[in-house]
Write a protein that binds this ligand. Sequence first.
Ligand code: DQA
Length: 149
Amino acid sequence: MSRLVFVLNGPNLNLLGKRQPHIYGHETLADVEAECRTLAAELRLDIAFRQSNREYEIIDWIHEARETAVGIVINPAAFTHTSVAILDALNAFEGPVIEVHISNVHKREAFRHHSYVSLRADGVIAGLGTQGYLLGLQRIARLTADEPA
Ligand code: DQA
């Protein structure tokens, strides 16, 4: 039976590849989705890959994941640093949650050093570029396997 993982992206990530490429690189979000789909097939995971600039939509997707998904990989983008509501939604999700940041947020402005989402995340990946998404998927695959390591 295949397992569904939600890969959720927050505000401005629709501009990936065009927005501050010296920080976020040249790959687009469509490129990242394609890479995630290739890896997910190898890991025998299904993925729902989504992006929104609206906080409520991300919250609704996390609620949807409660019913359908085994895990969540999330790059909440700027909502990382502001959203108690996304934290609360993730706290209502039972499976593993991996938080991903393309840039190393700890090397940047002080306001990026705090993450509400990290209070819930089982793992946090920052500064590994878009590879972080792939590592997040691998971790979810392992944590949701029959015999997790
Ligand atoms: C980000 C880091 C956040 O601080 C920022 O607001 C983003 C992207 C990252 O992937 O590095 O939009 O989550």
